[in-house]
Design a binder for this molecule. Sequence first.
Ligand code: NAD
Ligand code: UDP
Length: 311
Amino acid sequence: MRVVVAGGSGFLGSHVCEALLNRGDEVVCLDNFITGDKRNVAQLVTQEGFTLIEHDVVEPVAVEGSVDAVMNLASPASPKDYLAMPIETLDVGSSGTRQLLDLARRHDARFFMASTSEVYGDPLVHPQPEAYWGHVNPIGERSVYDEAKRFSEALTMAYRRVYDTDTRIVRIFNTYGPRMQVDDGRVVSNFIVQALRGDPLTIYGDGSQTRSFCYVADEVRGFLALLDSDEPGPINIGNPVEFTMLELADLVIELTGSQAGISHRPLPNDDPQQRQPDISMARERLGWEPEVALREGLGLTIPYFAEQLSA
Ligand code: NAD
Ligand code: UDP
């Protein structure tokens, strides 16, 4: 296949590009680098079959040659980033998704939408199955991301219904691993970087809120299983083992040997109190489930951040 990966130089996108190349697909990576980093794909640019194009996907997208699939991962994803770039986030989730759907339509290509567990908001149903419609504050600060992704899902389904576009929607739950930015602001990167620097780990609120963390290799394997399947989704891909932020902090402290302890900061507005994917659908329809436990995945991620900090 020849696959366009929008947002391909970001954390997840760069792993997707690599996985596609490794199985023999060609990749055209589109990115405007607002939160991504060229260094994430530096090892790919010399590989045959990989093309990197600097492009803001909010603008019309043209790709020469054949296109078999378009994967839309373009969007700020860390709360720190989307709160700093609210309009850009709404633009890429609306106009950007539309441009990429049009690209897929022109090429009669499959369209893959990277949505998020954030469409469930601060969920009242736990764990979250795909059938749950969510609990999102439509005018809160986080809505720029949550509603942009909900709009992206709605637009994807409209193209499927109106134009018969061959679509897939994945709802991604908190994913971590090498190639997250050191200053990314998400909890796993923050805790590891703080621990390695000998700073206290910043717990927002009392630390009782939960997340379920998926290692990047598991997540990307799930994406490709969905891309290759006939399932339109939406389908949850995430690791269902749930941790409080206090438990995560304890694990990072144990694995890094940090002596600096923790400090508390105010809880951000509308921060979801709990999050855990129901992955029955992914198990049954894709034969997918995660294999890497959090302890093991952190063990694979900490050396990456240690290297980044020493560089
Ligand atoms: P990231 O910030 O590392 O990557 C996003 C990439 O999109 C970056 O390279 C950025 O430069 C690019 N981008 C943003 N706006 C663009 C635009 N207008 N034109 C072209 N490129 C643009 O984030 P990530 O964690 O790799 O997330 C990738 C995708 O997965 C996002 O769509 C995100 O919403 C979704 N997602 C991620 C997670 C997670 O835990 N990592 C969870 C849920 C959903
Ligand atoms: N969080 C924290 N300390 C940090 C960064 C985040 O306690 O330094 C908390 C945050 O309030 C949230 C959870 O960790 O409850 C996950 O935050 P993240 O930004 O990683 O992802 P999201 O909120 O999008 O799930």
